[in-house]
Design a protein around this ligand. Structure first.
Ligand SMILES: CC(C)(COP(=O)(O)OP(=O)(O)OC[C@H]1O[C@@H](n2cnc3c(N)ncnc32)[C@H](O)[C@@H]1OP(=O)(O)O)[C@@H](O)C(=O)NCCC(=O)NCCS
Length: 174
């Protein structure tokens, strides 16, 4: 059966379309781990994310894929390539010289669970393979169990865990 969405690649001119999709990820983060509050505002998360995407899209190895239903953007994925030298990977694991990072994956709530996230991930991984990059990383909140399940089913394994003790967080919160 044909999927209700169509995918196309995106560029810097499409970044405004991604704001609600990224804010949905931020919302998911806040819901998954309320004990890590306070979180930055929706405006602040997008300001920082947009600046990161502008920087990443400047590299020819970056791929931004956007899913549309009609005129509406309902999901996206973004991957980029980074050198292993100087990264946290270099001194511990055997990999190629370059690693592909799945920087973002987002599907609007009403479209989740119907295969769009998996298709975006497939396409991002294929893009990396086509560039000779066969080692992949991605970051996720440890409490984002739905997303972790998807990634682990796809062969990603928990690898490096950051712990935080931020001054703005009440000491006794959990
Ligand atoms: C994670 C995400 C991109 C997956 O996209 P998707 O289109 O729902 O994925 P698919 O339909 O291909 O696969 C479904 C799988 O996604 C995961 N999933 C995550 N959130 C889900 C949700 N709200 N509903 C259904 N599945 C969800 C599950 O592992 C599910 O598989 P299951 O059968 O084990 O439950 C999407 O759920 C999303 O945008 N979540 C919120 C933002 C987020 O957490 N992004 C990842 C940040 S690291």
């Amino acid at each position: 059966m044909a999927t209700p969405w169509r995918l196309r690649t995106g560029g810097v001119d499409d970044l405004d379309l991604l704001e609600p999709l990224w804010v949905a990820v931020h919302q998911r983060h806040r819901e998954a781990m309320p004990e890590l509050a306070p979180y930055v505002s929706d405006a602040e998360t997008w300001r920082a994310r947009r600046a990161l995407y502008e920087q990443l899209i400047a590299s020819p190895d970056t791929l931004l894929l956007i899913a549309f239903v009609g005129e509406n953007a309902v999901g996206y994925g973004l991957t980029h390539v980074l050198p292993v030298a100087g990264s946290w990977i270099e001194d511990t694991w055997v990999t190629g010289d370059r690693v592909g990072e799945i920087e973002s994956l987002s599907v609007l709530p009403e479209y989740r669970g119907s295969g769009l996230g998996s298709e975006l991930l497939d396409r991002l991984e294929r893009h990396l393979h086509e560039r000779g990059v066969n080692d992949f990383i991605l970051g996720a909140l440890s409490g984002n169990s739905d997303a972790l399940r998807l990634y682990q089913r796809r062969g990603y394994q928990p690898t490096w865990l950051y712990l935080s003790k931020f001054a703005g967080r009440p000491r006794n919160s959990r």
